[in-house]
Design a protein around this ligand. Structure first.
Ligand SMILES: [Zn+2]
Length: 269
């Protein structure tokens, strides 16, 4: 399923695999001044192509290599012959077949490998210049797009909520913190933050600060409990009332335990 939401000069394109009237998981792409930011998953690629036939799209960028961000690449290249850009580290990941967990195959499917071009520095559209910021953490090849005149920040999967507790097993929590601290240093007093789950934060810097405070609180609680001799699972159970339902659904690939385990690495050093 594909749904468009108009946001002034931008369009937010929500996409997700629909089975029996239910969309498993929505992922957002954005179309701004002829630049398409991300391409959804492989299941929604035909709908994305139909949607874009009526639009002006000149170039495409993937915020990172994950299957719900590059799934429309192959069809976009076939139908429109568009250049697609990504972080230099993402180029080989997107051009080779990915390894997916069963839940990822079900929800997003395997993207067809595509040739994309490495990008650093900036990307220009007719009316805007977007700074390409390397933002590792969610994965090493993650980038974000920053438009200083408008205060727009397209932050992919780096930031999703002010109180996020559920993390992927392969995320680098300290990389996420470092990248988000970089956002706070950007010159605009406030930022409009466009996320890949569709949530938009009009006061992005304030939201990021609240998230960093939340992580600091969890970290302090973890440090306190490890000093009392509790193990990783006991610490998780003590701080959080219950594990996320995502944990059993994803075989532990997404869980609250992942957050505790990551924080513990530095606590026990
Ligand atoms: Zn991702």
């Amino acid at each position: 399923m594909l749904q468009e939401k108009k946001l002034g000069p931008l369009a937010q394109i929500m996409m997700g695999r629909e089975v029996d009237g239910t969309v498993y998981y929505w992922t957002a792409a954005y179309l701004v001044d002829g630049l398409l930011v991300d391409t959804g998953c492989s299941y929604t690629a035909p709908e994305l192509i139909e949607y874009l036939r009526e639009k002006q799209v000149n170039q495409v960028i993937n915020t990172h290599h994950h299957e719900d961000h590059v799934g429309g690449n192959a069809l976009l290249q076939k139908e429109f012959g568009l250049d697609i850009y990504a972080h230099p580290l993402a180029v080989s990941l997107i051009s080779n077949k990915m390894e997916l967990n069963p839940y990822q195959e079900l929800v997003w499917g395997y993207p067809e490998p595509t040739i994309v071009k490495p990008i650093q520095g900036q990307i220009k559209t007719e009316h805007h210049i977007f700074k390409v910021i390397e933002t590792p953490g969610h994965c090493p090849d993650h980038l974000s797009l920053y438009e200083p005149e408008q205060g727009w920040l397209f932050s992919g999967d780096l930031f999703v909520s002010e109180d996020q507790k559920v993390f992927r097993a392969d995320e680098d929590i300290y990389g996420i913190i470092g990248s988000l601290q970089g956002f706070i240093q950007l010159e605009n007093q406030e930022l409009t933050l466009f996320t890949s789950i569709g949530k938009i934060f009009p006061e992005g810097k304030s939201s990021i600060k609240r998230f960093l405070d939340h992580l600091e609180e969890v970290n302090a609680a973890v440090a306190n409990l490890v000093a009392k001799g509790l193990n990783a699972e006991e610490i998780k159970n003590s701080i959080f009332s219950r594990e996320s339902s995502m944990a059993p659904l994803t075989g532990g690939h997404y869980s609250i335990q992942n957050l505790v385990d990551k924080l513990l690495i530095r606590c026990v050093l």
